[in-house]
Design a protein around this ligand. Structure first.
Ligand SMILES: Cc1cc2nc3c(=O)[nH]c(=O)nc-3n(C[C@H](O)[C@H](O)[C@H](O)COP(=O)(O)OP(=O)(O)OC[C@H]3O[C@@H](n4cnc5c(N)ncnc54)[C@H](O)[C@@H]3O)c2cc1C
Length: 400
């Protein structure tokens, strides 16, 4: 295992930093830093997406033959770390990281030609239709039906917790085409245009008063059979392939940036005669977080080193997810502690998810704190609930 960066990789790191200095405008950075929701506002993030697209870097994860950079796992990792530490908005993964790789790995030539260029250019904004009421952790229990009718499938049922469905052009769904075998069998992976008649999107407003998730209803929605990816009934294996990308790590850069913000808040808050940053309790809590992030980064680098050597990420994906979520949530808790009673007033919800400090009674840096804290409660659920990640760790790592 080699954790040090060689000179070529350091040169690449410098190139990424130079690009960020030039292209990541103060507006984009500020919007990212004030965002309380998981994803930064669509207009902001797509502006950043287009800047990367013009540079040829948006497909940082994709092979060259499909318009990607062809970067090594190490380069991808460096790129993500640098972007996060510079407060670049995270790129929306549903097209780029999730359905894109499924299409270029299992899709037909027609699907590759139709969808991949539009994912890269940002023309198509995707959402993910996996979970259903009653099928989350136990995803294979999904019930949404797709019944073949000539050259079409007719879809009926609903998907829930669908992030950004209200702004998506397309949704990829796991649907049930057969009930006769084991529950993992008879599942099919399909691509659905959100403008198709019979689709209704209902908002779900969360505790943080934000609108990111939705329930999507499908009522006799007709899609061409050519929108099926791979073989009928084999969707479970394509769906699992996708989840590996969803759980792949690389978040330590984001946590470092979040701790930096937390320290800035604590440094501005006065407790008695001194800044909160000098308070022994607070110092200890921040030190614990920093140690946690160092451990996480080491694990990320170990995984990266393994992937760079041509191996699979392994169960460390679940270690990264479970540990990262705890760090992430703790950062948001400490920010609430730091803001004290000024954390309590939740600024009025803004449809962009960017905290609006106009009517906020405290210092402006406190405006996103409570919204972010509330939004982060969901981090131990989405992308695989933490109990499920721990089950994977107990079986695959600890062999319990
Ligand atoms: C903010 C947010 C965004 C999301 N975005 C999307 C999206 O875009 N697309 C999509 O398809 N889905 C999305 N999801 C859904 C997400 O994947 C599910 O919420 C998640 O898989 C958990 O499923 P569930 O909600 O049905 O909870 P359940 O599976 O019912 O779990 C409830 C609780 O029981 C625990 N539990 C369940 N089974 C076990 C077990 N075997 N052992 C121990 N404990 C267990 C869980 O850990 C959890 O604490 C999102 C969820 C959230 C909160």
């Amino acid at each position: 295992m080699d954790l040090a960066l060689d000179s070529e990789t350091r040169a690449f790191q410098q190139e990424v930093r130079a690009f960020l200095d030039e292209q990541l405008t103060p507006d984009i950075r500020e919007a990212t830093e004030k965002t309380t929701t998981v994803w930064v506002d669509k207009d902001v993030v797509m502006e950043w997406h287009r800047r990367l697209y013009r540079k040829g870097w948006v497909g940082y994860f994709w092979p060259k033959e499909y318009g990607g950079t062809g970067w090594s796992p190490t380069q991808q990792y460096i790129f993500l770390q640098e972007c996060a530490q510079a407060s670049a908005p995270r790129l929306i993964p549903m097209g780029l990281r999730y359905v894109g790789p499924v299409i270029f790995t299992f899709g037909t030539q027609e699907q590759k030609d139709t969808f991949l260029p539009k994912i890269l250019s940002g023309e198509h904004y995707w959402c993910q239709g996996y979970s259903e009421p009653g099928a989350g952790s136990d995803l294979a229990s999904l019930k949404m039906r797709a019944v073949r009718d000539g050259d079409e499938y007719v879809l009926n049922g609903s998907k829930i917790w669908t992030t950004n469905a209200h702004m998506a052009d397309w949704i990829f769904c796991l649907v049930r085409t057969d009930n006769s075998g084991k529950k993992q069998e008879g599942i099919t992976f399909v691509l659905v245009d959100m403008k198709t008649p019979g689709i209704k999107v209902d908002p779900i407003i969360t505790l943080g008063l934000d609108h990111e998730v939705n329930q999507v209803f499908f009522d006799d929605v007709r899609i061409p059979v050519s929108n099926r990816v791979g073989d009928e009934g084999q969707g479970w294996s394509y769906g699992k392939f996708l989840l590996e990308f969803e759980r792949a790590g690389g978040a330590s850069g984001e946590y470092k940036a979040a701790i930096r913000k937390l320290k800035a808040i604590a440094g501005s808050q006065i407790n008695g005669q001194q800044s909160l940053l000098r308070d022994p309790h607070f110092e200890t809590e921040i030190a614990k977080l920093e140690i946690g992030v160092m451990g996480l980064e080491m694990t990320e680098r170990r995984v990266m080193s393994r992937v760079a050597a041509g191996q699979r990420p392994g169960p460390e994906g679940s270690v990264l997810s479970a540990t990262g979520v705890e760090i992430n949530q703790r950062i948001s808790e400490l920010a609430v502690e730091a803001m004290d009673y000024y954390a309590a007033p939740l600024p009025p919800p803004d449809p962009t998810g960017i905290a609006n400090d106009d009517n906020y009674p405290g210092p402006g840096y406190g405006a996103p704190v409570m919204g972010r804290y509330l939004n982060k409660r969901a981090a131990s659920i989405y992308g695989g609930a933490k109990e499920i990640q721990r089950e994977i760790i107990s079986k695959a790592v600890l062999h319990l």
